[in-house]
Design a protein around this ligand. Structure first.
Ligand SMILES: [Zn+2]
Length: 93
């Protein structure tokens, strides 16, 4: 356990484990390259609106996709694309 309670703790929508906010990638609703609503990375954590948090790893991303966690966490329709998040993760490695 940490003894610094001021560090915000969030739950990863992939593996459901808790982590400090700085360990997780914030995801918000935006639009993809074709203008469709999509889950978009918000690495600086500054975008307004509802956000979800995810470990910036392919494993947690795939878990989140499989359980449709992006749509649920962002209160979006079932068809919410998460391609921008995948591209963000791919660009990091
Ligand atoms: Zn995770």
């Amino acid at each position: 356990m940490t003894d610094s309670p001021r560090v915000p703790i969030r739950t990863c929508i992939g593996c459901r484990e808790r982590a400090t906010r700085s360990e997780l990638l914030r995801v918000v609703i935006g639009s993809d390259a074709s203008g469709q609503p999509a889950a978009c990375p918000d690495p600086r954590g500054t975008a307004p609106g509802r956000g979800a948090h995810l470990h910036p790893t392919t494993g947690c991303y795939e878990l989140a996709v499989r359980r449709r966690a992006f749509s649920r966490a962002l209160r979006a329709g079932e068809a919410l694309s998460s391609t921008p998040v995948a591209e963000h993760l791919a660009a990091q490695t």
